[in-house]
Design a protein around this ligand. Structure first.
Ligand SMILES: Cc1c2[nH]c(c1CCC(=O)O)Cc1[nH]c(c(CCC(=O)O)c1C)Cc1[nH]c(c(CCC(=O)O)c1C)Cc1[nH]c(c(C)c1CCC(=O)O)C2
Length: 342
């Protein structure tokens, strides 16, 4: 039994005294202790060393006081396991020496044995569960197939992922083959995470909002739905699509336990579009953590009043920014703990 079960209760839609809070990318660069480890070990070494991944995962629990932990890892470990070379270049971010640009390259990509290729993730989960000692739940995650495809084809981050979209629209057969291979790998990968003890999983569709509503259904949502279908009987699934407010209706009917929303969609609109019955998660503008702590607290209380304290998980609308003062992140979390229902 998990001692702080607010997050799990909110995922089940149960009544809570206050909503739970965690932050996307909470295990990251705004924490001084994280930066010390970053100086010593490169990014994928931190991901691949269970002791380091565990240490980083529990940092925000101890130092900021969030109600759930999310495993320190990356969405790109999945395509790495599929045999694709991916580097994390300082100052650039994800970088592929050989981006995928042809059908022949897609043909050659394998659906791996996840237990062999991603055993280090499962070790990190087991170690983290021990370290957390049932204080708070642990979230496992994966990228959506579309968001992973964006990096594989573009070859690096992008403002519009133009090359990824060009590939999908000029070579849809290969694009769908690639999306299906990522989907199959992701399902096996997440089932493995469930087996070693994660308490919930989140799918990050960070670049879903790059697509039109019609293209979103074709190139992203149908694969998200396959993953949700494969997992929903075993574990609560959170579907987060940045910029995907237009799909909230389909998402609400998918069997996901909760839906993530970003700050461009108001609480009232998100409730309306998702049918009013499903748990929502979000949606504080990450840049608003630059405001003074007093103002942050006021805005957080207002946000909870707008979403309602039940069927709600307080979070940011996307990952925390690297240069946010730790004090401000703490104020965000404290505000939720101090919340008094109206
Ligand atoms: C698109 C995406 C990626 N990775 C992820 C996403 C989806 C979420 C989102 O959109 O924010 C997911 C992710 N990446 C990381 C986590 C860890 C858990 C957490 O704290 O939430 C999670 C959940 C650690 C990380 N992943 C990364 C860092 C920072 C780099 C470092 O620590 O050296 C962290 C803490 C690197 C990374 N990895 C990726 C990017 C774009 C970057 C940033 C590159 C840069 O700006 O330097 C791909």
């Amino acid at each position: 039994m998990i001692k702080n079960d607010l997050f799990l209760k909110a995922l089940k839609g149960e009544t809570v005294e206050r909503p739970p809070v965690w932050m996307m990318r909470q295990a990251g660069r705004y924490l001084p202790d994280f930066m010390k480890l970053k100086e010593k070990y490169d990014f994928f070494t931190r991901c691949q060393t269970p002791e380091l991944a565990t240490e980083i995962t529990v940092m925000p629990i101890k130092q900021v006081g969030t109600d759930a932990a999310i495993l320190f890892s990356d969405i790109l470990v999945v395509p790495q396991a599929m045999g694709i070379e991916i580097e994390m270049k300082p100052g650039v971010g994800p970088w592929l020496p050989t981006p995928i640009r042809t059908s022949a390259q897609v043909d050659n990509i394998v659906v791996p044995n996840v237990y062999e290729e991603l055993g280090y993730v499962y070790e990190a989960i087991k170690m983290t569960k021990q370290e957390l000692n049932n204080e708070v739940p642990l979230i496992g995650f994966a990228g959506s197939p579309w968001t992973i495809l964006c990096y594989l084809i573009q070859g690096q981050g992008s403002k519009n992922f133009d090359k990824a979209k060009e590939f999908c629209f000029t070579n849809p057969v290969a694009a769908h083959m690639l999306l299906q291979k990522i989907t199959d790998t992701t399902i096996a990968y997440l089932k493995g995470k469930v087996e070693v003890g994660v308490d919930a999983v989140q799918l990050f569709d960070s670049w879903g909002g790059m697509l039109s509503p019609v293209d979103y259904q074709e190139f992203s949502w149908q694969y998200m739905q396959q993953i949700i279908d494969a997992l929903k009987e075993q574990i609560p699934v959170i579907a987060f699509g940045k910029g995907c407010w237009f799909a909230l209706k389909e998402m609400s009917q998918s069997g996901a336990s909760a839906l993530g929303v970003d700050w461009t969609c108001s609480a009232a609109n998100a409730r309306y579009l998702s049918g009013g019955n499903i748990t929502l998660q979000g949606n504080f503008d990450p840049s608003r953590l630059f405001s003074p702590p007093k103002e942050i607290k006021k805005m957080v209380h207002q946000m909870i009043n707008e979403f309602g304290k039940d069927k709600y998980i307080v979070n940011l609308g996307h990952g925390i920014l690297p240069n946010i003062p730790v004090e401000n992140a703490k104020a965000f979390v404290e505000a939720v703990k101090e919340y008094q229902p109206r």
